[in-house]
Write a protein that binds this ligand. Structure first.
Ligand code: C2E
Ligand code: MG
Ligand code: MG
Ligand code: MG
Length: 292
């Protein structure tokens, strides 16, 4: 089918391959513009404390509201951003946008709503990153203890010595830290115990298996104990049902995040939850006999 053949009949480059490259190059160019045109938007997902039932913090999750491709979830463009080197600029944008939003909520009288931002690998080795964070916090008057960074376990363990140094520097700036997707990487526990992280996020793959699978239950129980012994809070993400929440409560998880309570949503939508006293009823959990 291809017209691009050499005289020896070897297909060196098909039209289809060229088309795929064009599509990719174009998407990359559009993504580059998207940052400038402010087409990237943050959605926010509540994280809720089991003891009080109150919203403790939000996770900021980036979306690309593209005139060409529609409303894209990170799975559809973060990979491209990483490969094309745009991810650093995206994360700079996300930190700025999250801080700006926190300031706006504060000015509207909601107080400082603790917000966690996800971090790509490149940022972690970017020598300007600290300055960037410091400047963003200064620009929007962010006090210590409200901006949080989520670092995946695999990223933190890639170069744990460097991670340790940076984490301590971030702590000095008043930034909170959490270890994301915990349980999916290969942790060096000798390093984990030295990380000044505030939270350990149990990966949602374990939450998914919780109801059917005693092994997953054992893993979550162990991770929670580990977190507590290291003076970290344990938070579970991807909680989709009350049954999962009940089990997580029984396993001594401190905080939960998931569709069961609230999906990631626009700033305007999530704002309405700030006035709602409880996102879950803690009394309902205390009364339940959870484990079979
Ligand atoms: P993550 O940090 O582990 O984020 C959690 C993901 O789980 C989010 O997907 C969230 O929408 C989804 N989630 C939350 N609750 C539930 C639930 O109950 N059930 C299910 N099935 N899923 C749930 P999302 O928004 O598609 O983000 C995917 C990943 O993209 C994130 O994983 C994070 O690694 C990355 N990401 C998101 N925003 C950013 C960003 O601003 N910068 C960078 N570098 N990465 C980001
Ligand atoms: Mg995260
Ligand atoms: Mg995660
Ligand atoms: Mg507890």
């Amino acid at each position: 089918q291809s017209k691009n053949r050499t005289d020896r009949g070897v297909c060196i480059f098909s039209n289809e391959m060229q088309d795929a490259i064009d599509v990719r190059v174009q998407k990359e160019a559009r993504l580059r513009d998207a940052i400038v045109r402010r087409e990237l938007v943050l959605h926010y997902q509540p994280q809720v404390d089991f003891e009080t039932g109150a919203l403790v913090s939000l996770e900021a999750l980036v979306r690309w509201d593209s005139p060409d491709y529609g409303f894209l979830m990170p799975g559809k463009f973060i990979g491209l951003a990483e490969e094309s080197g745009l991810i650093g600029a995206i994360d700079t944008y996300v930190v700025d946008a999250a801080c700006r939003q926190m300031q706006q909520w504060h000015q509207q009288g909601h107080g400082w709503i603790r917000t966690a931002v996800n971090l790509a690998a490149t940022k972690f080795s970017d020598p300007h990153f600290k300055t960037e964070l410091h400047e963003a916090m200064a620009r929007y008057g962010i006090p210590p203890g409200v901006l949080e960074l989520e670092v995946t376990e695999s990223l933190a363990m890639r170069d744990p010595d460097a991670a340790l140094v940076l984490m301590h520097e971030l702590k000095e700036l008043g930034i909170l830290l959490s270890v994301d997707d915990f349980g999916t990487g290969y942790s060096n526990l000798g390093y984990l115990k030295r990380f000044p992280a505030d939270r350990l996020k149990v990966d949602q793959s374990f939450v998914r298996g919780l109801l059917k699978n005693p092994q997953d239950r054992a893993i979550v129980a162990a991770v929670v104990r580990l977190a507590h012994n290291l003076n970290m809070r344990a938070i579970a993400e991807g909680v989709e049902s009350e049954d999962e929440a009940i089990l997580l409560y029984a396993l001594d998880v401190d905080e939960i995040q998931g569709y069961w309570m609230a999906r990631p949503q626009s700033a305007e939508a999530v704002e309405k939850l700030f006035d709602q006293p409880l996102l879950l009823d803690p009394a309902a959990f205390l009364q339940r006999e959870a484990l079979p």
